[in-house]
Design a protein around this ligand. Structure first.
Ligand code: ATP
Ligand code: MG
Length: 204
């Protein structure tokens, strides 16, 4: 019997993808000896009704462009191709079915997402299917994150791993705002993504 394959899953809206996402995925890959990291852009996310999310095909292509230079990164269309809202639990079930029992899944999530994890659909199943990696993110105190991890442990008996990521105070919201205001987004996102945004007139 061979060693189990270790696959990281990085979910997100990626509207657009930026260096905060990429550095988090890369540091998770190295720290947890992952064989690869699969980026999963959302189709129609349930928690984002406050602004109009960019068409999934644009977000998918920007994610593909941004991850292209890393041989360990891949992009999945599972959520994009599913009708209606996608929940993490459904995506993880589909992925574990796809990869089979010789694969361990690691779900990589930033601090903001981890802090509201208890509101997720079937969180117990999510924690059963994968190993959860909670990444630090500027603006979200590590102490608060740690106490959330302790709460999860108490409620579900599961360890969630804390990953201290090189701090990148970048958000997609900030990138969209800068573009709207005609400000520079250089050195915050990959050049290939910047070119794609310009060419397609996104976020104006
Ligand atoms: P938005 O501002 O539109 O919410 P975002 O920058 O938060 O965008 P998402 O696509 O919502 O990006 O995030 C996908 C995942 O990446 C989430 O788990 C989020 O916590 C994590 N993440 C995003 N930006 C960072 C960052 N700068 N550092 C660490 N993790 C991050
Ligand atoms: Mg976000």
């Amino acid at each position: 019997m061979g060693k189990k394959k270790r696959v990281g899953i990085m979910g997100g809206t990626f509207d657009p993808i930026h260096f905060g996402h990429l550095v988090t995925a890369e540091e998770a890959r190295i720290n947890f000896q992952l064989d690869k990291v699969v980026f999963v852009p959302t189709g129609n996310p349930p928690h984002k009704k406050d602004y109009k999310v960019t068409d999934a095909e644009h977000r998918y292509l920007m994610t593909a462009l941004a991850t292209n230079s890393n041989p360990y990164f891949e992009v999945s269309r599972v959520e994009i191709e599913r009708e209606g809202y996608s929940y993490t639990v459904d995506t993880l079930r589909q992925l574990i079915e796809f990869y089979g029992p010789d694969t361990s899944l690691f779900f990589i999530s930033g601090a903001d997402a981890v802090l509201d994890i208890l509101t997720w659909k079937n969180i117990k199943d999510v924690l059963d299917i994968c190993t959860f990696i909670a990444a630090t993110r500027p603006g979200y105190p590590v102490a608060q994150l740690k106490s959330k991890l302790a709460e999860i442990k108490k409620l579900y008996g599961k360890d969630v791993y804390l990953l201290e990521v090189t701090a990148m105070a970048i958000s997609s919201t900030e990138i969209r705002k800068r573009i709207r205001e005609g400000r520079s987004i250089k050195y915050l996102i990959p050049e290939s993504v910047e070119a794609y945004i310009l060419k397609n007139g996104l976020y104006r």
